[in-house]
Design a protein around this ligand. Structure first.
Ligand code: FES
Length: 106
């Protein structure tokens, strides 16, 4: 079965009000918006066979956050800033080469 999108990316944007660890406290929303904008500008996002950047609720890996996951490869990343997002986009989403240094699973 095909995966429909070439790469389907989910950013956890969960925000907790109780002070518990959450991706929303680490710039996740701004980085999701940035990724979406960058993929659009690069012309790689859109429909079938392309890249899709989605928002997600808690992905249950809060202590490692902020986290995003790229399917169909199921590669989990953490990130700090726009440079990290650029690297994931350019190396993994465009070049097909996952970014070892930002992976949360080794
Ligand atoms: S708050 Fe992001 S994985 Fe739970």
């Amino acid at each position: 079965m095909s995966s429909h999108y070439q790469h389907h990316v989910f950013f956890c944007l969960n925000q907790r009000e109780d002070g518990g660890a959450c991706c929303g406290a680490h710039n996740a929303q701004a980085m999701q918006e940035y990724a979406k904008k960058r993929c659009k500008a690069l012309g790689i996002s859109g429909g079938e066979g392309q890249v899709r950047i989605n928002k997600a609720g808690c992905l249950n890996r809060c202590e490692l956050g902020p986290v995003l996951v790229v399917y169909p490869e199921a590669v989990w990343y953490t990130f700090v800033d726009e440079q990290d997002i650029d690297e994931i986009i350019e190396s993994h989403l465009v070049g097909g080469k996952p970014v070892e240094r930002l992976m949360v699973d080794h």
